[in-house]
Design a protein. Structure first.
Lengths: 479, 107
């Protein structure tokens, strides 16, 4: 049997179509790895092995009958446990949804099902996708496959760790303030946050609705482009969605992109500057004053909790989810259910959001933050007048140690370079671009484009990966 | 040119236990006295952290509540058949009786 380690989508497709392996063998390879190593990593919350093997057998019958299969047909993937999956438990990593079985699937899950991709597992996340390390999961943290003393990042930490640990070909995550890019950076993989509205949010547990986006975590930009092509597009069930004129993100070419390079005094940026010089790509510096960072972070931490507090009103213990057993009236059912089953960070954000939206404070907080959001958008508009894409670090350093950040505000500050992209709704792809000298952990850059320039940022990332090998370092992980 | 330190200096905002208790009631979250103390500390610290927003000049700046630029997105108002049975729809409700969701005393 050929080696199945760290397959790209194309390589896996080729092996299936030419019958060098069966789909059942491919699925079994990942299930075996999950069974063998996930005790150490804890990327998975729910395994869908029976369904996955049943689906694999059907695809094998199709191949045996000499039918052509699509590029994602029979390709195993995992999804963050925020995506509703019909008949398969979906928890959002919260006690309040510990036994929730969705009666329908998210649009993206249905889209992937319709092209034959195989769901292997639901992955760990910070509760309701709020945090930056997966330590806020009600079911225990995920560990970084590069070094299990470190966090994998969050909130799509389970998905990122699963891709890095070779538990799947690709993964789905969500990005509200960096939740795809930051774990991708910490785990040395590729993660795409698409333009807001490009991928339907229908059937994905809502966090902060004006910021939430959905995208792939993969081992290459090419794979991210393949997945995006399958999941993007307008959906009548999500009124914010759009379809781009060209919905194939795999073929855009870019020769010499004009790059705006965010100057940050980190080992990573020194490395990047020399990488760009080697590639012969011109770059002009962007100073920290020109780039939205501090003001974006503070505006984000008003807008996010406000929208969280509003979206999470639905967890009332009445219609679905867990219910406190001691309450004797409806009011107490609400208050005691939320006290018992919501985690500390979620309660903190609900309180903060309720405060900033309440009478007397709305103008000073929420409205002010939305005005600052406009200024963030304007800063980007100005920057894109003189470059095609912006290259910036995803974080100021590599993954941190598990349990090392106990103060909420200290955790929020990790998001300083990711949240502005969400406030402006821009596409941004994270790719690995260096290894930290001190820890041996990966460091990632993000390539940020104008709204709807998803194909362009992916083309730049692909070109970078064609000419460098940082994205293949993940293959050296031994579990 | 300033470099990114990743650290934003801030002071704690001054909130009282009474204020947080009121917010918790609005948000329908019961809190023990210890939990309330923690909430006062945490929310004060986060509000202090975001306080630097107030120093930003936003006069004449329109608030952005969304970024798509889409307005008035319409679709046909059609009736879709629900494929799920009543039992399937109620399967996730914690308390049911005779095919209805049951709640505890309201008043």
């Amino acid at each position: 049997m050929p080696s199945l380690a760290c397959l790209s989508i194309e390589a896996a497709h080729e092996l299936l179509q030419t019958k060098q392996i069966s789909c059942v063998e491919l699925v079994q390879y990942y299930l075996d790895r999950i069974k063998q190593y996930d005790e150490k990593i804890h990327a998975v919350l729910t395994l869908c092995d029976t369904q996955a093997l049943t689906q694999a057998k059907k695809i094998d019958e199709k191949i045996a009958a000499k039918e052509e299969i699509g590029v994602l047909e029979g390709i195993p993937y995992v999804a963050k446990d925020l995506f509703l999956t019909k008949g398969i438990r979906t928890t959002a990593a919260s006690k309040i949804l510990e036994h929730f079985i969705p009666p329908y699937s998210a649009t993206v899950i249905e889209k992937l099902e319709s092209v034959g991709a195989i769901l292997l597992a639901k992955t760990n996340t910070d509760e309701f996708a709020q945090g930056g390390s997966t330590e806020n999961s009600a079911f225990g943290p995920t560990k970084n496959p590069w070094n299990t003393h470190y966090v994998p990042g969050g909130t799509s930490g389970g998905s990122a760790a699963a891709v890095a640990a070779d538990f799947c070909v690709f993964a789905l995550g969500t990005d509200t303030g960096g939740s795809i890019r930051q774990p991708a950076a910490y785990c040395g993989i590729t993660g795409l946050k698409p333009t807001y509205g490009l991928v339907s949010r229908y059937g994905v547990v809502a966090a902060a609705s004006s910021l939430d986006t959905i995208g792939p975590l993969t081992r290459s930009a090419q794979d991210a482009a393949v997945v995006l092509s399958a999941i993007a597009g307008q959906d009548t069930s999500d009124a914010t969605t759009i379809t781009l004129e060209d919905s194939d993100f795999t073929h855009t070419m870019i020769d010499k992109p004009k790059i705006g390079l965010l100057k940050a005094e980190t080992q990573l940026m020194d490395q990047i500057e020399s990488s760009l010089d080697d590639l012969g790509w011109s770059h002009t510096p962007i100073t920290s004053d020109q780039y939205p960072s501090d003001e974006a972070l503070t505006a984000y931490y008003i807008i996010n909790p406000s929208e969280i507090s509003s979206n999470l009103e639905r967890y009332d213990g009445i219609r679905y989810g867990e219910q406190n057993k001691d309450a004797t009236n409806t009011h107490d059912t609400y208050t005691k259910t939320r006290q018992e089953f919501l985690g500390a960070e979620i309660k903190r954000r609900i309180l903060l959001g309720t405060y900033s939206l309440s009478a007397g404070y709305y103008d000073a907080y929420y409205k002010k933050a939305m005005q600052v959001r406009t200024k963030v958008i304007q800063k980007y508009e100005k920057l894109f007048e003189s470059c095609d894409v912006i290259v910036a670090p995803v974080t100021l350093g590599p993954a941190f140690e598990l349990g090392s950040k106990t103060d909420p505000v200290e955790m929020y500050q990790v998001d300083i370079l990711t949240v502005a992209v969400n406030l402006a709704g821009l596409p941004s792809v994270c790719i690995p671009a260096a290894i930290d000298e001190n820890t041996g952990l990966p460091l990632g850059i993000q390539i940020i484009g104008k709204q709807k320039d998803d194909a362009k940022v992916l083309a730049v990332a692909r070109e970078f990966q064609n000419k460098t090998n940082w994205h293949t370092k993940v293959e050296e992980i031994t579990l | 040119m300033s470099a990114f330190s990743g650290i934003i200096e801030y002071n704690m905002a001054k909130l009282t236990k009474k204020e947080i208790a009121q917010v918790a009631e609005l948000a329908r979250i019961a809190q023990t006295d210890d939990q309330l103390e923690d909430s006062v500390k945490d929310v004060s610290s986060i509000l202090g952290f975001v306080e630097s927003l107030q120093a930003i000049d936003t006069s004449g700046i329109k608030p952005s509540s969304q970024v798509t630029g889409l307005t008035d997105v319409w679709r046909e108002d059609v009736v879709l058949r629900c494929e799920l049975s009543r039992d399937e729809l109620l399967a996730n409700a914690p308390l049911t009786q005779d095919g209805y969701i049951k709640v505890k005393k309201v008043l």
